[in-house]
Design a binder for this molecule. Sequence first.
Ligand code: ADP
Ligand code: ZN
Length: 621
Amino acid sequence: MIENREKHLKHNLKQVFGYDTFRSGQLEVIDHLLNGHDVVSIMPTGAGKSLCFQLPALLHNFQTIIVSPLVALMNDQTAALKGVGVDVELIHSGRSYQDNATAWRSFASGGAKMLYLSPERLMQERMLAALQAQKIGMFVIDEAHCISKWGAGFRPDYEALSRLKDLFPNVIIGAFTATADHATRIDISEKLTKGRANIIVKGFDRPNLSLVVNAKKNLKADLLSYVSKRAGQSGIVYCLSRRETDDITTFLREQGINALAYHAGKSMEFRTAAQKRFMSEDNIVMVATIAFGMGIDKPDIRFVVHASLPASVEAFYQEIGRAGRDGMPSDTALFYGLSDLIKRQRMIFEGDGTEQFKLLEYRRLEYLIGYCETVKCRKAALLSYFDEESEPCGHCDNCINPPIVVEYTAQARMVLEAVEQTGQFFGASYIIDLVRGAETSKIIEKKHHDLTAFGAGKSYTKSFFQTLIRQLVSSGILKVNLEKYGAIQLTRKAAAIGAGTELFFGRSDIEIEAAAVPKKVSDSSRFKGYNPALFQVLKVARLTIAQQKDVPAYMIFSDSTLKEMALRQPVTEQEFLSINGIGRQKFKEYFERFTAIIQDWQKTESASFTPHRQDSLSDGL
Ligand code: ADP
Ligand code: ZN
């Protein structure tokens, strides 16, 4: 890109949005759109997609239509734009006729460069005709995967958007999504741009997220310890079912955690209120099914935990992607056990869809299991799924605590023999009892205590065999037969282990900390030495303003902007403007208020006590 052009874009980035640098992929997408090229951009949640079309929309000398499937997303994006002083209009069925009519008149008279529309509003013949008379130069399709039957989340009202290219042949198309595998990307490009789009996949690396997978042992206690260590932070705990969601919420609340439950079984009012609280308050743990997700763009979610196995790597990535959108260190953890794997298999094979579809879903699940069982860097495993390469990240559980791989052929054979001798008829817990020599009534009744497999592994714990069987299933040596009520059965691969021609290696069942403490990447480098007390004072001021304006606090300033203020303590215009996250509009609105707070604070601070002196005093003792 021409150097001047980049300078010009950076200047506008700072002036309007207040940011100093572009994130990975943003500049490339913006450049294409400014050059009039169609783009399909795949960027993970939190990477900063909106800016990729908002900045070109402002710089082009024509108007832009932005289509989004969700009212909440449109509301948030337009509120954020207004917050930085950009005129923008919004039309959807959640607003009154009067509001929509006013919005249209203002847009039609050239009052705003951007108009947000729901797909069904856009594709009404009257609207299309009216738009032909406007100077529309670009259509942006957000959540573009909704147009494809290949991906999850297909929406029939999105399919109509494939008419756009015929109706407006000269208009630039920008399609954006966080999740689209190869087939879906091609499909989006075909439908929206007749295959002419530049497909840009960027930014799947989220260096601020730490990745941890834990064996599921004592879920509730482990969850409690996990969230207790993160008191005062916002987080999400994803559960598989409504029942599990309610159950875990009740438990956490009884233990004094500020937890809320969210799932499709709750009333609409309850869900709206819960979501609103989560978005605007600081320390809520949202326990939820995947019903909670779309439109959650709160930037300071500090942790996302999966209490059960998600559906696929893509779903997993999207869900953990909700953590740390502000770029600050954030944790993710997945609790995983054999029973989850069986539940997921059941959901796939007992669900709707053709055999081919089910197999595809099963493949996807297998990738995810591979991620759970890997002994290598989890970040690298995750990124390789999205075709991005990565060096070992240094802060996932496997990097911090490299798993010990041990040869477990003899122990594996104990299990295989137990399975074989009992006719491949029983589930994992029965097999474990048998191998460990438990004289349960069922075993006695079946006379299985006479088998040679009985008690062969009596010196090992139950949890050892649970982990071993899980690994044997994950590596395809054993399989779970769902039609036979979850019976564990042998596969072809089992024969080689049984015959001793192949060895079995597994990760030893070391107890890892529920959460690896990541190296605080950005915290230590960018904000080292910031004053936490001042940070708290600034946060209070932010909350007061947010409440007055009835917007979420992060729309005023992000945590990282406040931290930088608490570090650099700007008091002059120049200093204040140089903070990342402060552009023209925020400067105008908040310069006086925040610099006054900082100055006040500096005065009282120097008048009362100096912590350094106290430190040195206690050092001397
Ligand atoms: P998504 O890709 O999920 O749509 P958003 O567009 O909502 O992500 O951006 C996520 C967050 O990152 C927002 O708070 C946004 O203001 C911030 N952001 C976007 N671009 C930058 C940038 N270049 N520098 C700093 N913050 C940015
Ligand atoms: Zn790693």
